[in-house]
Design a protein around this ligand. Structure first.
Ligand code: ZN
Length: 626
């Protein structure tokens, strides 16, 4: 089966008209019906000045969708457009965004000097954190210091969040939103050498996979199940695989298209972790091989790959699913990556990279459809860095090349000149395109730097970028009195800048009651709140609960008294400054087949709490789904 059927010029025109309906009028140009005639190839259409004025809409935006074509330089965009839609055609998604600019992508060496050709880790970190860094860094700067990411900040500001990729989720572009490690290959707990001091057992924040669970986006979809099959060696969940840990922490885990289809809601109580391949997704088009002199051979057309995943797992379908799960009155931030434009460019696989570019373009169309209907969504489409492929006129004498027959029947020669046969083609250092639609999109116009994209998006979403400020008003409440051995719940609220807390229970006033010290193990903060069920000590007296936010250091404490005759299950006294933490509504009937360890999904807001009771007093308490 051919991947695209040759279509008559009139059909091209119809396609373009349909595509044009997606975006603001400014984006749409005339359809070049006769490029040989004067003006026949022009793309401007109508009153461009008025159209551009209409396209510039003040922020803020309720939602932001950031779509990344990994390695999608201008050359990769043009190769895909020429092949699929013809030289005068339009990519119906990417080319429909009305406001465009270019941005610089250079990275830094660790000494701070310029590195003119970046990798996906440094470039992703640049827009995720607004900070230039070295190749290989995942949202840490050249000194190794972590910086908060757009996804983390959006979550702390109460927005819903999503992270989607056709790569393994540990790959650089999805990782930069959810993790902070010094080396991009620190995938899972078994990546001992690659992680080094980032491992939990070495006092670090853990591997990328473990940090993805900690960051707890509402929706995380991609490949890379292999690392989640690994077993944690330290931290709060040692001895369980990361998939088991995810289920224990309330995640809805999806491994197949059917699993994902069965999920009807996603929130902080029941976030979605979907991994559909062990590594990267297979590509849309079957592989082609460039060779030295290859462009002299008869031109080829691309064919569908037999390995392509179910259509419900295409990047466009995952984008649509994510939007459905994220849209609410809270607003959302969603990052979507088409990862293998880069990977197939590295492999000098022309049809591979074209198919992935078209795949991303279809995801862009989904995002634009939503944004147009919603009216309050900023869509940004860009790349992380440029890449090797070049459209050339004649077959290059020494570099790899291939000839393709495009939709309009012409031959396009594509050259890969930065590595030999079998080698990995290199990234390149040229600026890349950034395009936007919706409120705040004007910030992409002209020449910007990749780090500007962080501020464009944070500004559009009006994010408070100080996590400590977001947790400053937090409160901790406990019932005044409880009977010896009774059950009480300690409730924190307003810990919006924190994702986890740690804590302890001790006898007040430094007394030496047997009840001395107990530890409240690491607990996930859900929508700013934590509800910790405790079994009261049996020895009467006053006790102090101390809780500290892991990300901000916010320290909270509260006391309760164990007394004969007090209620055995007291309710917390109401707090004047913070509402009692309430369970979000149930996410519906989506458990069952999705749980890896059936029955072990702890009900979420009451995240499983291990009390390492110093012997006597505090029994481990654990809430379960009713
Ligand atoms: Zn690459």
């Amino acid at each position: 089966m051919t991947a695209r059927t040759t279509i008559a010029r009139s059909a091209i025109a119809l396609t373009l008209v349909a595509g044009a309906a997606l975006a603001a009028p400014a984006a749409h140009a005339a359809t070049p019906v006769d490029p040989s005639a004067p003006g026949g190839a022009t793309r401007n259409d109508g009153d461009r000045t008025a159209a551009l004025r209409d396209a510039i809409v003040d922020g803020p935006a309720k939602n932001v969708i950031l779509l990344i074509g990994d390695g999608m330089g201008d050359s990769e965009i043009t190769v895909a457009r020429d092949y699929q839609y013809g030289a005068g055609g339009h990519l119906p998604g990417i080319d429909a965004l009305p406001l465009t600019g270019s941005y610089t992508t250079y990275s830094l060496n660790k000494d701070g000097s310029a590195d003119y050709v970046p990798d996906s880790a440094a470039t992703g970190s640049a827009w995720a954190t607004g900070t230039k860094t070295y190749d290989g860094a995942i949202s840490v700067d050249i000194a190794g210091q972590g910086h908060d990411t757009l996804l983390e900040l959006a979550k702390a500001n109460g927005r819903k969040t999503g992270n989607v990729s056709t790569a393994e989720l540990q790959d650089a572009t999805p990782a930069v939103q959810a993790a902070h490690v010094g080396g991009r290959k620190c995938y899972g707990p078994d990546s001992v050498k690659q992680c080094g001091t980032d491992l939990l057992e070495n006092g670090g924040k853990g591997s990328i996979s473990e940090q993805i669970l900690d960051t707890r986006a509402d929706v995380t979809l991609g490949g890379g199940s292999e690392s989640f099959e690994q077993t944690a060696k330290a931290g709060a969940w040692p001895g369980s695989t990361l998939f088991q840990q995810a289920a224990t922490r309330g995640y809805q885990v999806a491994r197949t298209a059917a699993d994902l289809a069965a999920i009807g809601a996603a929130d902080q109580t029941s976030p979605v972790l979907g991994t559909f391949t062990t590594g990267n997704f297979p590509t849309r088009f079957a592989e082609t091989t460039a060779t030295v002199g290859g462009a002299d051979a008869p031109p080829v057309t691309c064919t569908e790959s037999a390995d392509r995943l179910d259509s419900s797992l295409s990047l466009a379908a995952l984008t649509r699913k994510s939007i459905d799960l994220l849209k609410s009155d809270k607003g959302f931030f969603l990052q979507v990556e088409g990862a293998s434009i880069d990977k197939q460019d590295h492999a000098a696989n022309a049809c591979g990279q074209i198919g992935e570019t078209i795949d991303l373009d279809e995801a862009v169309q989904v995002a634009l459809d939503f944004a147009k209907a919603d009216g309050n969504t900023l869509v940004i489409v860009t790349a992380d860095h440029a890449h090797t492929s070049q459209i050339v006129d004649s077959t290059p004498p020494a570099s790899l090349s291939i000839a393709l027959e495009t939709t309009e029947g012409s031959t396009m020669k594509v050259s890969y000149g930065t590595a030999g046969a079998g080698g990995s083609q290199q990234h390149t250092g040229s600026q890349v395109r950034i395009a936007g639609y919706g409120p705040g999109a004007a910030y992409v116009v002209g020449l910007t730097d990749q780090t500007d994209n962080f501020f464009t998006i944070a500004g559009a979403l009006q994010l408070n970028r100080s996590l400590p400020a977001l947790s400053a008003g937090a409160t901790l409440t406990a019932p005044d009195e409880v009977a010896p051995g009774g059950t009480l719940t300690i409730t924190a609220a307003g810990l919006n800048g924190d994702r986890q807390v740690n804590g302890s229970v001790s006898a007040s006033g430094g007394t030496t009651r047997a009840a001395a010290a107990a530890t409240i193990s690491r607990t996930d903060v859900i929508d700013g709140g934590v509800a910790v069920p405790l079994t009261a000590p049996t020895e009467p007296g006053e006790y102090t609960v101390a809780v500290t936010g892991e990300q901000t250091g916010k320290a909270l404490s509260v006391t309760f008294t164990v007394a004969e005759g007090a209620p055995t299950t007291p309710t917390a006294s109401p707090s004047p400054t913070a509402p009692a933490f309430a369970l979000p509504p149930s996410s519906g009937d989506n458990g069952g087949s999705l749980a890896l360890t059936g029955g072990t999904i702890g009900a979420a807001a009451l995240v499983a709490l291990a009390l390492i009771a110093g012997g006597l007093l505090l029994a481990r308490a654990r809430a379960r789904r009713a």
